[in-house]
Design a protein. Structure first.
Length: 94
């Protein structure tokens, strides 16, 4: 889904099963991962300029991404993004 907000575009990207399960995509999406999905997600990431995350996703990313590196630059891109976090409870972003 895409919506224009001012001069910027907000693109929502989610991993969701056909029966609407969105939790723990790593547990159910990896068996179906292929080169085509990888290219789509790579192109999607490299056409973006910031991330909008919920608290739980941000906290998972904050633990996982800092040490990651790869030849394609995926880790560098994820680590370099400005991250906007939506939360009522998180008081400090590390």
């Amino acid at each position: 889904m895409q919506r224009k907000i001012g001069m910027r575009k907000l693109v929502v990207s989610e991993f969701v099963t056909l029966d609407r399960v969105a939790e723990e995509p790593g547990k159910w999406s990896f068996p179906f991962w292929n080169e085509e999905i990888g290219k789509f997600k790579f192109d999607e990431l490299f056409s973006s300029n910031a991330l909008l995350l919920g608290r739980v996703t941000y906290q998972g990313f904050a633990k996982a991404w800092p040490p990651m590196t790869d030849e394609a630059g995926y880790g560098k891109r994820m680590n370099g993004f400005p991250k906007h976090v939506v939360s009522r409870t998180l008081e400090k972003l590390d």
